[in-house]
Design a protein around this ligand. Structure first.
Ligand SMILES: Cc1ncc(COP(=O)(O)O)c(C=O)c1O
Length: 341
């Protein structure tokens, strides 16, 4: 099966498994795992942040970051397509006691012009706007990236209104490759950043929450509350470190393949696609004549897996275990489906 459902479906490679078995380990709840400690420091330094905290998932990274930046009855401004709004099980309401204010940015990208009118006054009866929650790249937004200028302007707006900024960087690596923006720049934009190693980079598990020392110290305790204190987690950090060392450079090939697929789809009568949204490894397209479920069934029958993103919308995601041959076959199968409808 050519598995384009997500970039989370990758399997550890032999090199990654070797790195895991060779990693020196200790008990991280005691703060004694050398591989994990070195990895947290490495990622924090990359992003120009004081400290990092290894967490089992991007969801926990986001939820912990937002918990640290808010008080109950606060409001977080985000995009309506954001992962924290759609796919984290309402966790912000439950864990932080806050509500989300979803805006509509093109391809999930917010701007100061969109955000500023949504910032509330400080009356007793208003939820207090506390945080701007950004996602880079945007998942439901089709893998679109923020520009450095836009991020700087959003950071300035946040400073003017004393708001925190949280960055969901589940695919920040793809954004870095696509835009050329360096990791350290993001550290100057956001108070908290959650970066994932289990998406396009291909580690089996793991994200790191970044912030200043005091925030991360408090987040570490909250991670324990949530049951996320892991023991010999250096095993996982070794996989994540290997992914960073060996898979980062390959992301540009995922982007090239996504562009090729998008251009091919644009030429097929049965599908519709907005080419401007395809900036990284995600391709989202619409089905014109039949429901997405019918097209997905036909794809599956021909050995290609994608996921529905709406009744007439499909998402395909490239990752390092998809080859040029897989791409060719996917184009061929979609072309056949298009010609027969
Ligand atoms: C943009 C974004 N943020 C956060 C997450 C959550 O990551 P996890 O599945 O590791 O909880 C995902 C998952 O795909 C995502 O796409």
């Amino acid at each position: 099966m050519i598995d384009l459902r997500s970039d989370t479906v990758t399997r550890p490679t032999p090199g990654m498994l070797k790195a895991m078995t060779e990693a020196p380990l200790g008990d991280d709840v005691f703060g004694e795992d050398p591989t994990l400690n070195a990895f947290e420091e490495r990622v924090a330094t990359m992003f120009g942040k004081q400290a990092g905290l290894f967490v089992p998932s991007g969801t926990m990274g986001n939820q912990l970051g937002l918990f640290m930046l808010t008080q109950p009855c606060d409001e977080i401004i985000t995009d309506e397509s954001a992962h924290i709004f759609n796919y984290e099980a309402g966790g912000c309401a439950f864990l932080s006691g806050v509500q989300l204010r979803p805006l509509q940015g093109p391809n999930g990208i917010l701007t100061p012009e969109l955000i500023e009118p949504a910032i509330r006054t400080r009356n007793d009866w208003d939820p207090h706007t506390r945080v701007i929650g950004l996602e880079n790249t945007t998942n439901r937004g089709g893998g679109a990236c923020y520009t450095a200028e836009n991020l700087t302007a959003i950071r300035d707006l946040a400073l003017r209104h004393s708001l925190g900024v949280h960055l969901d960087g589940a695919r920040i690596w793809n954004a870095m490759v696509a835009t050329g923006i360096k990791a350290g720049f993001f550290g100057g934009i956001a108070d908290t950043i959650s970066v994932c190693f289990s998406k396009g980079l291909g580690a089996p598990v793991g994200s790191v929450l970044l912030g200043d020392k005091d925030l991360i110290r408090r987040a570490r305790r909250m991670r324990k509350v949530l049951g996320g204190g892991m023991r010999q987690a250096g095993l996982l950090a070794a996989a994540a470190g290997y992914a960073l060392d060996h898979h980062y450079a390959g992301l540009e090939h995922d982007h090239r393949r996504a562009q090729t697929l998008a251009r091919e789809i644009a030429g097929m009568a049965a599908f519709d696609i907005r080419l401007d949204s395809v900036q990284t490894n995600i391709v989202i397209f619409d089905t014109i004549y039949e429901d997405a479920s019918a097209v997905l069934e036909k794809l599956k029958g021909a050995g290609v897996a994608m996921v529905p993103f709406g009744p007439r919308c499909i998402r395909a995601v490239f990752h390092h275990q998809i080859t040029d041959e897989d791409l060719e076959k996917t184009v061929e199968v979609l072309g056949m489906i298009s010609n027969k409808t």
